[in-house]
Design a protein around this ligand. Structure first.
Ligand code: SF4
Length: 143
């Protein structure tokens, strides 16, 4: 777009051959990444980053992260990718809870910062982000 202001256009477009949700690596082929701990000066942990994003949500609103199929997170995402939603969500909204032999996905929708990554990245396209109720989201007037 900015090139158009110089009346100049590139003669090509870069295309992706696969959808982003098709690029995940099976858990048994993936190597863990050891990220350095946040220093609190230039890098921050998830909870502090959520606070910096200045998002407000109405209390007790319905979950705005809809699963088309309730089973897929545990029957497919968990065994195949160790639940990638635990890692790609920048706000830690998706948590795997283990109690004895049972495993379940907990969605902490009140922490959502509305980046829509889950809607794009879920391997089975099972997560549908919809706008939260009551105009919740970034509090621009306080930024
Ligand atoms: S839109 Fe999805 S990935 Fe982004 S913060 Fe909310 S739950 Fe996490």
């Amino acid at each position: 777009m900015w090139l158009a202001s110089f009346k100049f256009n590139l003669p090509w477009t870069l295309h992706h051959k696969k959808g982003d949700h098709e690029t995940l690596i099976d858990i048994n082929k993936a190597k863990p990444i050891n990220y350095p701990k946040p220093d609190g000066i230039y890098t921050f942990d998830k909870l502090n980053s959520i606070s910096l994003s200045n998002i407000g949500h109405d209390a007790n609103q319905p979950c705005h992260l809809k699963l088309s199929n309730q089973e897929i997170p545990i029957t497919y995402n968990y065994p195949k990718y160790n639940s990638p939603e635990q890692r790609y969500c920048p706000a830690g909204v998706y948590e795997i809870i283990k109690e004895g032999d049972s495993v379940k996905l907990q969605i902490n929708s009140q922490n959502c910062i509305h980046c829509k990554t889950c809607d794009i990245k879920d391997p089975k396209q099972n997560i549908n982000w919809v706008p939260p109720e009551g105009g919740s989201g970034p509090i621009y007037s306080k930024m």
